[in-house]
Design a binder for this molecule. Structure first.
Ligand SMILES: *Cc1c(COP(=O)(O)O)cnc(C)c1O
Length: 446
């Protein structure tokens, strides 16, 4: 087979055999599917010899570039020892070390790590554990969950129930548990000269109205600390998280911090909750924790929760499992990432990288067609004023395609353009990213 024929094949073979995620497959009649055959650093290489700068860390997972030699080596070394063993009745060094490290990163506040594979499963674990904890306290009525408008927590049925993004929920509404939805503290909702902190206070006051009425039936509230990522990168003041902690304590409700997207340094600190100086009762991690290498998710929790399950009867334990719980290769990748954070002073260096990012996208700050320019650490976003969009429905796809033509991968959400690059971009690569997005936007809006 000629290599050209082979190349053509990946896309057509994929379209006939692979059902791609989060995709209306019919759109691939006009939107080209891209076959990636190689990655290196922040760059993806396709089967046509094109190179693409990964501006969104491959769906927010990648931290230290593709084919990172140190993470590759850690996985290879672990592969020589043990690829997988069940975690019930057995343990292994990588899962022990990782759990200890995460506990230390929370200063022991969240000293117990329960493992799963995907982010949504970690959310399911937090929801189930919370309700089960209240049963242990003889409060079985505490079974409702509060979530925020515009929040996203994954797409399995439990996680989707606490998700408030219409397009993901619509078709499945009748399958989902009822939840209470509180206002989002999204700073873009400021009215009449309100600051981000004012919006946060207003949202917290509205939340308290719900909690004061319903707290006897509420197990937990789940939030994405600081940034509702899938909700168009809605950023909010850490004041909201501080108030949330107070309210959860006042009304005996668990706080679940879903840091699946915002954890692992994205916001400038390792955990986004650290910006508010609070710890939740449950903290979920996935995406970046394995450096974007392997499916790994974790629900961290407190001694108090753990001890409530520590009893004589089997059924009083937390009888939840996934086959690949705590996979050693995934844990080895995560340990390699945590080591890179330490040895390379990543959080400190990211301060410079986030300044680079701000400079590279300074053009958008002064463009009259753009509003709500915002940045938190390694995430930068802005909204194109809807009046300038020819067709709001097709804008994300057009922008995605135009950016690819310019050699960068971005994936706008609605009228929000954002970048969330891996922590390996050089200053020049960051400038390249900013310029390519600018050129693509000019084309799409022209
Ligand atoms: C991506 C995401 C999830 C779901 O993780 P999956 O691995 O896709 O199941 C949950 N919560 C947040 C905040 C996310 O961004």
């Amino acid at each position: 087979m000629s290599s050209n024929l082979n190349q053509m094949n990946w896309v057509s073979r994929s379209l006939s055999a692979v059902w791609h995620p989060c995709t209306q497959m019919k759109q691939h009649e006009s939107l080209p599917l891209i076959a990636i055959t190689k990655g290196k650093g922040a760059w993806l290489y396709d089967d046509q010899g094109r190179v693409i700068l990964d501006g969104i860390s491959s769906w927010w997972t990648n931290l230290f570039g593709h084919a990172n030699p140190r993470i590759n080596q850690a996985i290879c070394e672990q592969l020589e020892k043990i690829e997988h063993v069940m975690l019930a009745g057995f343990t292994h060094p990588p899962v022990v070390q990782l759990s200890e490290k995460l506990s230390a990163l929370t200063q022991g506040n969240l000293g117990h790590a329960f493992y799963a594979s995907d982010g949504a499963s970690a959310v399911e674990i937090a929801l189930k554990m919370s309700h089960h904890y209240w049963r242990h306290q003889n409060k079985p009525a505490k079974k409702k969950f509060v979530c925020l408008h515009n929040g996203y927590h994954g797409e399995t049925l439990g996680a989707l129930a606490v998700t408030d993004v219409a397009i993901f929920r619509e078709a499945y509404g009748s399958l989902l548990q009822e939840v209470l939805t509180a206002p989002s503290p999204d700073a873009r909702l400021a009215q009449d000269g309100e600051t981000a902190e004012d919006v946060a206070k207003r949202a917290a006051t509205d939340l308290e109205t719900i909690l004061s009425k319903e707290h006897q039936n509420i197990a937990a509230i789940i939030v994405e600390p600081l940034i509702q990522c899938a909700g168009q990168m809605a950023m909010y003041s850490p004041a909201y998280l501080r108030q949330l902690r107070v309210l959860c304590d006042r009304y005996e409700i668990h706080l679940i911090a879903d840091e699946i997207a915002v954890g692992c340094g994205r916001t400038g600190k390792f955990f986004a909750c650290e910006h508010a100086g609070i710890w939740p009762d449950f903290l979920t991690l996935s995406k970046g924790i394995s450096g974007g290498y392997l499916p790994l998710s974790i629900c961290l929790t407190t001694d108090t929760i753990y001890r409530a399950f520590y009893q004589d009867q089997t059924k009083h334990g937390f009888l939840h499992s996934h086959s690949y719980t705590g996979n050693p290769l995934a844990c080895a990748a995560a340990l390699a990432c945590l080591e890179i954070f330490e040895t390379d002073n990543v959080l400190e260096k990211n301060i410079e990288r986030s300044k680079d990012l701000a400079n590279a996208f300074a053009w958008a700050k002064i463009d009259p067609r753009i509003e709500h320019w915002r940045q938190q650490g390694m995430i930068l976003a802005f909204d194109v004023r809807t009046g300038y969009l020819k067709n709001p429905n097709t804008f994300p796809r057009e922008m995605f395609s135009a950016s690819l033509q310019e050699g960068v991968l971005i994936r706008p959400i609605g009228n929000t353009i954002y970048v969330m690059p891996p922590y390996v971009l050089s200053t020049n690569e960051t400038i390249e990213l900013g310029q390519a997005v600018q050129r693509a936007l000019e084309q799409v809006l022209a």
